[in-house]
Every structure is written in structure tokens, then in C-alpha cells.
Design a protein around this ligand. Structure first.
Ligand SMILES: [Zn+2]
Length: 310
């Protein structure tokens, strides 16, 4: 999720507003910025989640596809890199700002974790288990991934073994982190973002615990100079990921301590228990909303049921 949905994330705004706002967003002024990252991997930035593109003799593989109204612009941006066809799409998770292009791009083979397909096929209420809440309605069958996996999948194209590895219960319950081993590039999906405190989709099976585990697992396996494409925000390094993980662990521990002391959510917000991390408070996820997210996770508060994990 990106910060354009911020107005829906505060106060008592109704869940039904989410998709209406997405449909009303004006994409006409959005431009797709293309940056060469390393090896044969490019970064495409427009609106919604960052897109990684592997380009080579075998064609194009993209990771995530933003919004349907941007499909022509994304196509044009890819044409500026190569005349080869788009062959594969990997969805890092089910959120509509990462999968909206599935329908217009459905001639390509769409690949994702099992739970991404399940969630794209059903109506979802995504949110932080409390006041952040949005509806994402079911997608038509043509927009669904046709290849799904439980643990990991490898695409042997463009001279490298592109690996999508499922990380359980992080940003959602269907996240994948994608590694391009020859190009030394990682796409983290929304397990790692640069807009401040992260949105964690508790309603969609997410948890800070899983995000921490996913990122620590990735960091342990990767060379220090790997280039990191976050779900949202600027191209990053492993040091940026490490700082983000430290913030997640420290804030989680701070809220957990208060939960154990029997404090209510309101008391924690009034006491500003996350004041030391105020610089992460963003227009999308404020400090109070992040306290609420962690509180809901740690106390088992949820507004929507999980898709059963395989
Ligand atoms: Zn997301």
C-alpha cells in the first residue's frame, strides 16, 4: 500500500471508501521513471509498488505491476528498454497497488504464492486490525496467477536463476521476496518500505514478527553490496534494510513491554511509547496507527479472518 490511501487510514472512515478512491485516482499525470539498477535489472517507478524488470534474450520478467490504468505507460517504458515481449509477472503480494496490472497484462504468465491467488479471487478487508481498513473486491479469473507455489519458485531466464521465496506472515500472508542472483538485486515487496512506519496487513495475515524474520533471513543470505528495491520508495542498500529491521524490533519490544504491563492501547498512545522513533511517523502510517498495529498483533486483535496457510 502506498500513502495515497492515507485519508482512508485515519479516524472512522468507512471501509467501502478504499476502492472507490483507487478508481478515482488520477493516473493521467503519472510518469513511469526507468532506472537501471544492476546487471540486467531495471526499476520502474510510477504509482503504487515499485516494479523490477529483468530484461534479456528470453524476454521480460517483471515483479509487480502497479495499477491497470498505468498498463500502457508501463508497456511503453518497457519498450524503451527492449523490443522483447513481457513473458512473466511475479506478484510479491495481493494488494491492488502491486497487482492492478494483472488483468491488462494477463497474456504474460503470472506467478505468485498460493495465498496471493486465493486472496485475489475473494473479497478482502485489509487493514491493521483496527482503524485502518479497506475493502479489496475479488478480481476476475483472468487477473489471477496461473502458477502458484507454496515455498519458492525459480525462473531460469535471461541468464539468471530468479528466485521468489515466500516469507510467511509478514506484510501479508502471501509475501515473496525476489532475488536476482547474477545481477545482485533484491525486490522485497512490502516487507521493506521507505515511507516510514510500515503498513502491516493484520487482516490479510501479516505481522511485524514475520516481516522481521523475512528480512533477517534475506540479509543473512545476501552479499553486502546487493541493491535493494523496496516495495515503495527509493533504491536502497542492506544497511537501510538493517536500520528498518532494528526499528521494527525495537518498536515491537517497546509495545510488547506495555502490553505485558497491562496497558491499554489508549494509554500507550497517550504516553507516546514510540516517541523515540517519531521520525518514522508518516502521512500514511502515523505513530499512533503503528502503536495500534503492533498492539493488535500482540494481543491477537483482528478484524478479518486469515486465509488458511498451507
Ligand atoms: Zn502492500
Amino acid at each position: 500500500m502506498n500513502n495515497w490511501i492515507r485519508p482512508l487510514a485515519v479516524g472512522v472512515l468507512a471501509a467501502v471508501a478504499g476502492i472507490a478512491a483507487a478508481q478515482q485516482q488520477d493516473f493521467s499525470k503519472v510518469e513511469i521513471k526507468v532506472t537501471k539498477v544492476a546487471g540486467n535489472v531495471y526499476l520502474l517507478e510510477g504509482a503504487g509498488g515499485n516494479i523490477a524488470a529483468s530484461v534479456g534474450d528470453d524476454g521480460i520478467v517483471i515483479v509487480d505491476d502497479q495499477f491497470a490504468p498505468l498498463a500502457d505507460k508501463i508497456r511503453a517504458a518497457l519498450k524503451g528498454i527492449t523490443t522483447k515481449p513481457l513473458r512473466f509477472i511475479i506478484n510479491t503480494h495481493y494488494h491492488f497497488d502491486h497487482t492492478g496490472g494483472n488483468l491488462p497484462f494477463h497474456d504474460a504468465t503470472i506467478i505468485a504464492h498460493d495465498n496471493v491467488r486465493k486472496r485475489l479471487a475473494q473479497n478482502n478487508v485489509l487493514g491493521n486490525g483496527g482503524s485502518m481498513k479497506m475493502e479489496q473486491p475479488a478480481n476476475p479469473p483472468e487477473a489471477l496467477p496461473v502458477i502458484t507455489f507454496q515455498h519458492d519458485v525459480t525462473l531460469h531466464v535471461n541468464g539468471e536463476d530468479i528466485r521468489a521465496l515466500h516469507a510467511p506472515s509478514g506484510h501479508t500472508d502471501g509475501d515473496s521476496i525476489v532475488f536476482f542472483p547474477k545481477s545482485y538485486v533484491l525486490h522485497t515487496g512490502d516487507d521493506f518500505v521507505r515511507y516510514g512506519f510500515p503498513f502491516i496487513d493484520i487482516g490479510g495475515g501479516g505481522s511485524s514478527k514475520g516481516m522481521i524474520a523475512a528480512l533477517e533471513g534475506a540479509m543473512a543470505q545476501l552479499p553486502a553490496d546487493v541493491k535493494v528495491i523496496p516495495g515503495h520508495g527509493a533504491l536502497s542498500t542492506l544497511t537501510d534494510v538493517r536500520d528498518f529491521v532494528k526499528m521494527l524490533k525495537d518498536t515491537r519490544a517497546a509495545v510488547e513491554k506495555e502490553v505485558k504491563a497491562g496497558k491499554t492501547l489508549q494509554q500507550m498512545q497517550q504516553a507516546k511509547v514510540l516517541a523515540p522513533w517519531q521520525k518514522y511517523s508518516g502521512p500514511f502510517v502515523s505513530t499512533d496507527l503503528f502503536i495500534e498495529t503492533l498492539y493488535n498483533e500482540l494481543t491477537g486483535t483482528k478484524t478479518a479472518g486469515l486465509v488458511k496457510h498451507n
